[in-house]
Design a binder for this molecule. Structure first.
Ligand code: HEC
Length: 93
């Protein structure tokens, strides 16, 4: 894992940052929720990295306004740089 991917993993797992495990099963993560789909085979499912970035930045565009997932970028929960690192990490899954 590169430095960026590791930092993305830490951000994704941190309760005070992404807290992605609250809703998503991720390999290696404990006590994951199942409100969202398991995050697996992301590179195959999102061959265009920009599409994956957009989902984390603001999932409302793809999934509609009722989506439970917070718009991490749009609501300034995470910075662009943080989301880029998380996307780098998601690409390893
Ligand atoms: C409060 C719950 C919640 C949190 C926290 C959350 N998500 Fe989600 N996420 C969802 C739900 C629900 C969906 C599915 C939306 C749908 O299918 O309508 C989703 C969808 C996704 C998708 C698209 C998956 C696919 O199969 O296409 C990705 C990628 C994703 N989330 C990444 C993340 C990342 C990365 C984080 C942490 C930074 C995160 N999510 C945090 C609930 C959440």
């Amino acid at each position: 894992m590169t430095k960026e991917e590791q930092e993305g993993k830490d951000l994704a797992f941190a309760k005070s940052k992404g807290n992605c495990l609250a809703c998503h099963a991720i390999a290696g993560g404990n006590l994951a929720g199942n409100i969202g789909p398991a995050l697996i085979a992301m590179k195959i499912r999102y061959p265009n990295k920009e599409d994956l970035f957009k989902v984390v930045w603001d999932p409302r565009e793809k999934f509609g306004r009722g989506v439970i997932m917070p718009p991490f970028g749009d609501h300034k929960i995470l910075t662009k740089e943080e989301i880029e690192k998380i996307v780098d990490y998601l690409y390893t899954l």
